[in-house]
Design a protein around this ligand. Sequence first.
Ligand code: ADP
Length: 166
Amino acid sequence: MKTTAIYPGTFDPITNGHLDLIKRGLLTFNEVIVAVAPTLKKQPLFTLHERLRLIHAAVKGLKGTKVDSFNSLLVDYVKKKKGNAILRGLRAISDFEYEFQLAHMNRRLNTNIETVFMMPSEEYSYLTSSIVREVAAFGGSVKGLVPEEVEKALRNKFRNVKYFTE
Ligand code: ADP
């Protein structure tokens, strides 16, 4: 039987931590669908189109990976895609509370859909998209933390940004 995991997230932008998780997911599931979620609470740095392009570039060659976006309840999307599970990453204790709420809410909305948690390699366990955005905004290097295409895209985004101290 073919097994599919849906890996939802904002991916603003995709990092090597996300990629680590996708690769781990592929060891357990035949297919991982990276599903870019709508962002209700925050204005993303990258548009949906840009985020999708960067994910596509990053997962090129990772057999069994698909990239998509959705604009509905996650559990409805998972059902539509005939997914077997929702894949989420747990980095540190700080992730736990939010993930706990999310997993229970999704279970309440659809009892048949399980959430599976995986831990990234230690080197990525402190890595978040928001810290990457912040470092890049101030001209710091994020080499080794994000795919090269993302590094380039961040440089382009912040090329014309000047910071004033006064
Ligand atoms: P969201 O806004 O839904 O939290 P993210 O794109 O930040 O979206 O993250 C999507 C999923 O990937 C979440 O489960 C998050 O915990 C996980 N994740 C994010 N960064 C990492 C990382 N460095 N290692 C492992 N999992 C991660």
